[in-house]
Write a protein that binds this ligand. Structure first.
Ligand code: MLT
Length: 312
């Protein structure tokens, strides 16, 4: 049954709390970005934003939950680059990634860090590469499922080294970090938004950052490109989505709230404290975000196909 939002409903929007679905576990990077963004957006929307962690299957369960939600502006999704990779990683999804959502605006692009448990042998990225090549299946690489940023990073490392390690799936980088600190898994890639604290306190070993340039927080930490993986680059861009069919008036109100959040000094400070930045306000728009989503689906598709990574 088609759901129609009356003009009065659109005009009065929002008159009750809004739910933002985070498709990964609480306490991880997406959850953190969602909570900071929501805290700022609710100031201009004048309504409470509730975070709901709908986890599993590399973020596709939460995405599906929003794809089938009523397009009334009260159920939104925050997701990252993984929304675009899952489009190829899964042969069948219950939604068409290019058309199921209205992109509302980008919010940040976070660096990823290649990290390991504190007592893991290799000390540099070069040593890590040699260790992985020599030990393959012995190395356990934790990721948050097919469609997670951590999975994308692990896939690219394995492709670059033409090898396969043992991968261990989780529901998010929150639980992965717990197991890394508990020395139950060897390594992962995790966003700086989740690793800034543990790297600073030396609770994890950091080898490299996956962005083109070094992070200001850790100027001594090399880029992957510099330290042994030439051309290796991932930036974990995050955006907010509404279900397809959301009325333009509601899309405008939400998009304006995202732009306002990107200009909010409090949000900027909280982002910078965890080594990320708000996007420039002109990039926090539905138009820029939609182009990004489509171009990222098209960019990653051949890379994923070449890596032969699929789920049914
Ligand atoms: C998370 O929030 O747990 C992460 O974004 C998972 C991932 O994509 O690696």
């Amino acid at each position: 049954l088609a759901f129609a939002v009356s003009p009065a409903m659109a005009q009065n929007y929002p008159d009750r709390p809004i739910t933002v679905v985070v498709p990964f576990a609480a306490g991880g990077p997406t959850d953190t970005i969602a909570r900071i963004t929501a805290a700022s957006m609710q100031k201009s929307l004048g309504q409470q934003i509730i975070i709901e962690n709908a986890v599993g299957a590399g973020g596709t369960i939460g995405s599906a939950r929003v794809a089938r939600a009523a397009p009334d502006g009260y159920t939104l999704l925050i997701h990252h680059v993984g929304l675009s990779t899952a489009a190829t990683l899964y042969r069948k999804l219950p939604y068409d990634t290019k058309t199921a959502f209205v992109p509302l605006g980008l919010v940040t692009e976070s660096p990823q860090t290649i990290i390991a448990r504190p007592d893991f042998g290799p000390n540099t990225l070069k040593e890590l590469i040699e260790y992985i090549k020599a030990n393959k299946e012995k190395v356990s690489y934790a990721h948050a499922g097919l469609g997670a940023a951590s999975q994308l990073c692990g896939m690219l490392i394995q492709t670059a080294l033409q090898t396969q390690v043992t991968t261990v799936p989780y529901k998010g980088n929150g639980p992965i970090m717990n197991d890394l600190l508990g020395k139950q898994v060897d390594m992962t890639c995790d966003q700086a938004t989740n690793t800034t604290g543990p790297i600073t306190s030396k609770q994890v070993k950091a080898y490299a950052v996956t962005t083109k340039t070094r992070m200001s927080t850790f100027p001594d930490l090399p880029t992957a490109d510099e330290a042994g993986l030439p051309g290796f680059e991932i930036s974990v861009w995050h955006g907010v989505y509404a279900p397809k069919g959301t009325p333009p008036e509601i899309v405008k109100k939400l998009s304006d709230a995202i732009v306002a959040a990107m200009k909010d000094p409090e949000l900027a400070k909280r982002f910078r404290d965890i080594t990320t930045e708000p996007v420039a306000p002109e990039r926090a728009t539905p138009q820029v975000h939609e182009k990004m989503l489509i171009s990222e689906i098209d960019r990653w598709a051949p890379i994923i196909k070449a890596a032969g990574q699929y789920a049914d």
